[in-house]
Write a protein that binds this ligand. Structure first.
Ligand code: FE
Length: 194
């Protein structure tokens, strides 16, 4: 039997329901809550990740805690079901994340991954020819900048802490957060510059 992931989920959900483990209305309510949270950044979403990055740019102590123990540092924003590590970009090193096996993503902070992240093309090519893939995302990496590709798993998730854009001294966290894109936290984009 060839089932799509959606069909498998439906069957699993129906069986859990039939055996009294779950209530479909509860599941729908959770999904709605997650989707609504995306708007204001109170739940896992690009907006929530952007808040964390902007705070790390503005608050050196928070940045240090984030790099040392990301799960503990982000606990006040969202609890993480899977260990999370934050990878800080520098002038010398750029990080990019992938899940070569499936679609493991820092979902506890960013919510659902975009479709391209789950695509076979991205998963296979970003490991073999990362610079070419990033160029297709519009990122030209300086020749002397090292590029590290991190393979996420069910046991370890990653988030990229991009470099703070130049010319943003004195900006509030709210204003900085507007510069942080989803792709910049995956490593396939730079933050906006203004
Ligand atoms: Fe995966």
């Amino acid at each position: 039997m060839n089932l799509t992931p959606e069909e498998r989920v439906e069957i699993l959900e129906r069986q859990l329901h039939d055996q009294g483990h779950v209530d479909p209305d509860t599941i729908d309510a959770h999904i709605t809550a997650i989707e609504e949270a995306t708007e204001d950044g109170t739940g896992p979403s690009t907006a929530l990740g952007a808040k964390v990055v902007a705070r790390a740019w503005n608050d050196p102590q928070f940045r240090a805690r984030l790099l040392d123990d990301a799960v503990a540092a982000v606990a006040e924003y969202a609890s993480q079901a899977v260990p999370l590590a934050v990878l800080a970009d520098t002038e010398a090193v750029h990080h990019v994340i992938v899940c070569t096996l499936c679609s493991c993503y820092p979902s506890g902070l960013l919510g659902n991954p975009p479709a391209w992240y789950k695509s076979f093309e991205y998963r296979s090519r970003v490991v073999r020819e990362p610079r070419a893939v990033l160029a297709e995302f519009g990122m030209e990496l300086p020749e002397d900048m090292a590029l590290h590709v991190h393979d996420s798993t069910a046991e370890q998730r990653y988030l990229v802490l991009p470099m703070r854009p130049a010319g943003t001294q004195g900006w509030s966290e709210e204003r900085l957060a507007a510069l942080v894109t989803r792709d910049s936290m995956v490593g396939t984009g730079w933050p906006l510059s203004h």
